[in-house]
Design a protein around this ligand. Structure first.
Ligand code: FES
Length: 102
């Protein structure tokens, strides 16, 4: 699976997400601060909320629609164990944020 450049690091404010698309795949990329980033599927599996518009709470992203939160390491929903999102490895090369996409 190739790492793909999705943004420059300064394009994503700390604590916020950015919606990116690659080959039809919508991905939410978050700046966790301290040069750390995370990436996950952009669509909330609860009712299709926009996760890139959500916010971070610790290691989780919170969906802005109904507040379900998802662990950014495992993708597991902390509210409903039946829900999960895909998570993708992220690396920073220079100022480029790169995501390992399927
Ligand atoms: S759509 Fe995300 S919590 Fe409901």
């Amino acid at each position: 699976m190739p790492f793909v450049r999705v943004a420059a690091d300064h394009e994503i404010p700390v604590g916020h997400g950015l919606l990116v698309e690659n080959n039809g795949l919508a991905v939410a990329v978050f700046n966790r601060g301290g040069g750390r980033f995370a990436a996950c599927g952009a669509v909330c599996p609860h009712e299709d909320g926009p996760l890139a518009d959500g916010w971070l709470e610790g290691d989780a992203v919170v969906c802005p629609w109904h507040g379900f939160d998802f662990d950014l390491v495992t993708g597991q929903c902390r509210v409903d164990a039946d829900l999960a999102i895909p998570v993708y490895p992220v690396r920073v090369v220079g100022d480029a944020v790169e995501v390992d996409l399927p």
